[in-house]
Design a protein around this ligand. Sequence first.
Ligand code: ZN
Length: 89
Amino acid sequence: MVPFEDGYLVDTPGFSEVGLWGIEPRELASCFPEFRPLIGECRFQDCRHVSEPGCRIQAAVADGAIAPDRLESYRLLLAETEAEPEEWE
Ligand SMILES: [Zn+2]
């Protein structure tokens, strides 16, 4: 569980039953403490850290600085946030 504003972000499998409290896809990376120092370091300011070239978070995973399953959790959550209907905002 990761404290996030007025709720908790559950970064374990099964989160999809919990919902994401309207977190924007671009805010999601900051919910992962080990990603925070790298946010803004990617080549693209709007990097989603999925398959973009020059991504520092993907590079950190490749270097072993970030556990691959953390990036996998992030990607699952990102897909979830991007799937949310607009009217939830
Ligand atoms: Zn990135």
